[in-house]
Design a protein around this ligand. Structure first.
Ligand SMILES: C[S@@+](CC[C@H](N)C(=O)[O-])C[C@H]1O[C@@H](n2cnc3c(N)ncnc32)[C@H](O)[C@@H]1O
Length: 212
């Protein structure tokens, strides 16, 4: 049996390269769409990915508008957007309602995206986006807290919202409620429910259930 010709060696190498490329593409597609992955970047794909308590899902513009309306967001308000993603809620609060605020997300890729979006929207002087764990973020400065998280995350935040926010501050949640702390208002917009709570006066805390 003779040696393979150089052209058949080239064909084999090309076939191996092509197969590797296809397999790499399939792996990349599976990794990028896996729910636990914060975002599809070199860093998150090859290690060092932040652990997400909530997967990235966006709020529709109509729902964002309803959240800001229900939160009665205005130019004097400081909005804290927990799990800000691409920053759409906070950016709309600044652009449409003149508010200032802080958006935090555990995923640095999201924060870079939010910062770029804020620059594009011309509101970078009114909003700040920071890489931070929402569970370590102080809440007390906020007039309005906005969030699209998960039921158990809302429940974990509930005692801190009640303890750290000033009476009269508003909490607006896309989709999820707070267990037996009943919302003051619930509406539907953009195909989703939005709930709003107003922090009661300290002596009214007893009205808000007993287990938070
Ligand atoms: C459902 S998305 C909401 C995105 C955006 N707020 C919106 O409504 O379009 C939840 C976001 O929370 C972020 N997140 C998850 N766990 C977090 C944590 N422990 N601290 C801060 N952000 C977190 C995710 O990276 C994701 O961007």
């Amino acid at each position: 049996m003779g040696l393979p010709s150089s052209s058949s060696v080239r064909v084999r190498i090309a076939a191996v390269l092509l197969t590797s490329l296809v397999l790499a593409g399939v792996w990349l597609a599976m990794r990028c769409t896996s729910p636990g992955l914060a975002s599809c970047s070199v860093r998150t794909l090859f290690g060092g990915a932040p652990k997400l308590d909530v997967p990235y899902v966006t709020t529709r513009p109509e729902t964002v508008a309803l959240m800001l309306e229900m939160g009665d967001v205005g130019p004097d308000d400081f909005v804290l957007d927990l799990g800000t993603g691409d920053g759409r809620i906070l950016i709309a609060a600044a652009r449409e309602r003149g508010a200032r605020g802080l958006g935090v997300d555990i995923d640095p890729v999201m924060i870079r995206r939010a910062q770029a979006n804020a620059r594009r929207a011309g509101v970078e002087d009114r909003v700040e986006f920071r890489v931070a764990d929402l569970f370590d973020t102080p809440l007390g400065e906020a007039d309005v807290v906005t969030m699209y998280l998960l039921p158990q995350v809302n429940l974990q935040l509930r005692p801190r919202l009640l303890a750290e926010l000033r009476p009269g501050a508003r909490v607006v949640s896309h989709a999820w409620d707070m267990g037996d702390w009943k919302p003051d208002d619930t509406q539907r917009g953009g195909g989703a429910y939005v709930h709003r709570w107003t922090i009661p006066a300290r002596d009214g805390m007893g009205e808000v259930g007993s287990d938070h």
